[in-house]
Each structure stands twice: as structure tokens, then as C-alpha cells.
Design a protein around this ligand. Structure first.
Ligand SMILES: Cc1cc2nc3c(=O)[nH]c(=O)nc-3n(C[C@H](O)[C@H](O)[C@H](O)COP(=O)(O)OP(=O)(O)OC[C@H]3O[C@@H](n4cnc5c(N)ncnc54)[C@H](O)[C@@H]3O)c2cc1C
Length: 401
């Protein structure tokens, strides 16, 4: 009788556990080992979603779902046809982890604790007799005729196939590069913007729900809440812009111009509305009541920027109304740096996707080697999409290895 096939999953994070468990699920006869460099398993899962683990997003159409991936959308279209958000929910529920949806579509375990996800994985690993080796990092892979020798910090392992799920590890990317893979230059994604500007100074905490943010060339546009912070701007629309513009902003050393539409409405319509206000409220002072859904303090600040303070509406010129409409709908800011969003850093870049089969996750360059998770050049906006990519690619790698 032949010995069982031996699979080594490199990396004990979200993608590693999902690959290993699904591998055993589909191939109960295989020997599956998770090799983790540190002494800790699933450390990002533990802190994810503020300790609640935002496991996926309530988006159930592939074409809608892929819009949340600045890098990897095309690649994932095929992957999601095999394992979607609905499959994630079912997968966890089948194992006793109930998932709930929040108003904004983010989905969490009902327990509101990432430990529930960790416990689920650890139980599966135990039940399926998956071996875990801690404190030993992968260094190099040596191909023999029909098996691999995996060299680690402490020893070497003979195995039939390998699933690489090492997340954003520069050392592993370097090793894979030497083995023939192309690595798309890793740069940060998902960050907030540093902006030093009188218009937003002293106004932290003020937010609008329906903002539109664009790059100066208008090539990238995102929508959603925008939040004024102590150091600049944040909120979902800003984070999305940071993700879709990650490579461009990196090239510019995080110095670039953005345009914010605070009202999410076309400038022409706002200008028309301002003209109407001038006629209807002729005798009123412009900066005593905010006529839009923005707080009075911020309205006053925009009035100052447009040069129209303490004036009666009737005395405002057409030019001044245009200035005001511009402040409301095309408010220009110079970004001069970035900050991490709640420590939720994500790196874009990684293994070039045209070198990986998106039905099986097998490397086209190194047959017998599979990839899942953040090691690939896939990343998403916030909301549970990054984990969804880890589950989907992990499922496919585990199934097809
Ligand atoms: C603070 C924070 C909060 C987040 N919250 C969310 C959220 O709520 N929802 C969401 O969708 N996404 C979230 N993300 C993103 C998400 O955590 C990642 O996309 C996901 O963890 C990627 O999983 P992975 O398994 O590919 O990589 P990782 O989780 O990074 O795991 C890689 C593992 O490989 C190990 N490793 C590295 N090199 C080696 C080596 N040479 N040998 C052996 N092992 C090695 C590492 O130690 C690590 O354990 C968050 C990220 C952060 C930082």
C-alpha cells in the first residue's frame, strides 16, 4: 500500500487553516500539516474586526462582490463561482458558528467574538487529525522528481504538495521570486489621509453619510461616509479611495490632491439650490443655519472658505455662490501623508495572478505548489472582503491540491 499523500500548508493564518481543513475534508486519506513560523496561530483573526472578526460581507452577487477588490477582481470572478459568501456562511453554520449581518452588510459571528472562529478552526483541526508545527519557518523549497523537500529553520520535510499561505511575508515572496514567480511590488492599502487644512481644523468627529471622493484627475471615485479626524480625513469613502489608488498614491509618496463632494449631489443642482435660497431667504444671514445635512460649524467653515461670512443671502454675488457650490461639491484638499486605519493594515501586491490557475490555485510556474490568501496579489476594501478572499482561495487550494 502506498503511504498517504503528505501536504504541507505553510502559514497558520486564516487561509492556512481554511486550506488545511478543506483539504482533509475532500481528501480524508491525506496527511496534512500546518507549518507556522511563530508560536501563535490565527493571530490576525484574533484581532480582526476589533476582536469580533468580520468574516464576510452580505453581498451575494459575484459581479457586485468583485467590485470590492481593487486587485484580484477578474481572478476572483472564477473563484467565487466555486465558493461564495453564501458558502462561507453555510460552512461556519454547519460547524455551529452562527453568522449575523449588520446594517452596513458586514457579517460577524453572533457571539461578537473572533475566538468563536478560532475555536471552530482548532476543533476542526483536532477532529481531522491535522498536525500543527509551531515555531518553525519555511525557508526554501526543493523540487525532486515527484516530491518536494521543504527546508525550514529547524529541519527539512519531505512532502508531495505544498500550499503557501504566508500572508504578506517579504521573505517568502523573495524565496518564490528566486523560484521563478513574479511578485507585484507590495505597498500598503487601506489608510486614512493626512490633511493640514483650515477648513477642517478643530472639527474632528464631523461626518457626512453620502460623500463622494475623487482623485484630482477624477480617474478614481468612491462613495460613502467621510469623517473629519484630528489629522485629516477618514471614513469608508476615504479608505476605499486609499485601496483603489494604493499603487498610485505610493508612487506619489502620499502627496496628492483629492476632491470631496460633501453632499454627494451634482454641483449644478447644488448651485441651483443656493440660488433659490438666495431668493427665498434674502434677508437672512447666510451662516446662522446650515441649509444642508452638514453641521452648522462645518457649514460656517465652508462659508469662510468661499468668502461669504456674515452676509445676508440677498447680497451674495453669483461668483460667491459658485465658490460656495465648489466648496460643497468639489472641495479640494492636499494630502500630505497617511495613517493606518485602526491597525487594520492590508498590503496589496504579492504573487502575480496570471501565474496561478484560478480554478485550482495551483502555480503555473511551480506545479504542485498552491497559493491562498494574502500571499496572492489580491486585496479588498474593508467590510469582510479580505477574509472572504482567504476562505475562497483556501477552499480551492485545499480541494484541488
Ligand atoms: C488588525 C487587522 C484587522 C483585520 N480585520 C479584518 C476583518 O475584520 N475582516 C477582513 O476581511 N479582513 C480583516 N483584516 C485582513 C485579514 O486579516 C487578512 O486579509 C487575512 O488575515 C489574510 O490571511 P492569510 O492567512 O493570507 O495571512 P495571515 O493571516 O497574515 O497569515 C499568514 C501566516 O503565515 C505565517 N508565516 C509567514 N511566513 C512564514 C514562514 N516563512 N513559514 C511559516 N509560516 C509563515 C505568519 O506568521 C502568519 O501566521 C484585518 C487585518 C488586520 C491587520
Amino acid at each position: 500500500m502506498n503511504p498517504p499523500k503528505k501536504i504541507i500548508v505553510i502559514g497558520g493564518g486564516a487561509a492556512g487553516f481554511f486550506s488545511a481543513i478543506n483539504c482533509k475534508n475532500f481528501h480524508p486519506g491525506y496527511e496534512v500539516i500546518i507549518l507556522e513560523k511563530t508560536q501563535h496561530l490565527l493571530s490576525k483573526v484574533k484581532v480582526s474586526g476589533g476582536g469580533r472578526c468580520n468574516v464576510t460581507h452580505a453581498c451575494f452577487e459575484i459581479e457586485e462582490l468583485i467590485k470590492n477588490y481593487p486587485r484580484g477582481a477578474e481572478f476572483l470572478r472564477e473563484c467565487f463561482s466555486h465558493f461564495m459568501t453564501t458558502d462561507t456562511i453555510k460552512w461556519f453554520e454547519k460547524r455551529g458558528v452562527k453568522i449575523k449581518k449588520e446594517e452596513d452588510g458586514r457579517m460577524f459571528p453572533v457571539s461578537n467574538s473572533s475566538q468563536t472562529i478560532i475555536d471552530c478552526f482548532l476543533e476542526e483541526v483536532k477532529k481531522r487529525d491535522i498536525k500543527i508545527i509551531l515555531g518553525d519557518g519555511f525557508i526554501k523549497l526543493e523540487r525532486k522528481e515527484n516530491y518536494f523537500i521543504l527546508h525550514s529553520q529547524k529541519t527539512s520535510y519531505k512532502c508531495d504538495k505544498v500550499i503557501v499561505t504566508t500572508g504578506s511575508s517579504p521573505q517568502v515572496w523573495e524565496t518564490l521570486k528566486k523560484a521563478g514567480h513574479t511578485i507585484v511590488n507590495p505597498v500598503p492599502s487601506l489608510f486614512t489621509f493626512h490633511i493640514d487644512d483650515e477648513r477642517i481644523k478643530g472639527l474632528p468627529g464631523i461626518s457626512v453619510n453620502y460623500g463622494i471622493v475623487k482623485t484630482a484627475d477624477k480617474k478614481i471615485e468612491t462613495r460613502g461616509p467621510v469623517l473629519i479626524t484630528h489629522w485629516g480625513l477618514s471614513g469608508p469613502a476615504i479608505l476605499k479611495l486609499s485601496a483603489f489608488g494604493a499603487e498610485e498614491f505610493h508612487k506619489r509618496n502620499y502627496h496628492f490632491t483629492i476632491l470631496v463632494n460633501w453632499l454627494g449631489t451634482d454641483k449644478k443642482i447644488i448651485l441651483e439650490h443656493l440660488r433659490k435660497l438666495r431668493d427665498e431667504q434674502a434677508k437672512k444671514i447666510i451662516d446662522t443655519i446650515s441649509p444642508f445635512e452638514i453641521p452648522l460649524r462645518f457649514w460656517k467653515s465652508l462659508c469662510v472658505a468661499a468668502g461669504v461670512t456674515d452676509f445676508k443671502w440677498a447680497s451674495i454675488s453669483n461668483k460667491q455662490l459658485e465658490n460656495l457650490a465648489a466648496q460643497l461639491c468639489e472641495c479640494e484638499f492636499q494630502v500630505t501623508g497617511k495613517s493606518t486605519f485602526k491597525e487594520e493594515f492590508v498590503t496589496c501586491g504579492g504573487i502575480a495572478l496570471d501565474e496561478v490557475n484560478n480554478e485550482t490555485m495551483e502555480s503555473n510556474t511551480l506545479p504542485g505548489v498552491y497559493f491562498a490568501g494574502e500571499v496572492l496579489n489580491i486585496d479588498a476594501v474593508t467590510g469582510g472582503f479580505n477574509f472572504q478572499a482567504a476562505w475562497t482561495t483556501g477552499f480551492l487550494a485545499g480541494k484541488n491540491v
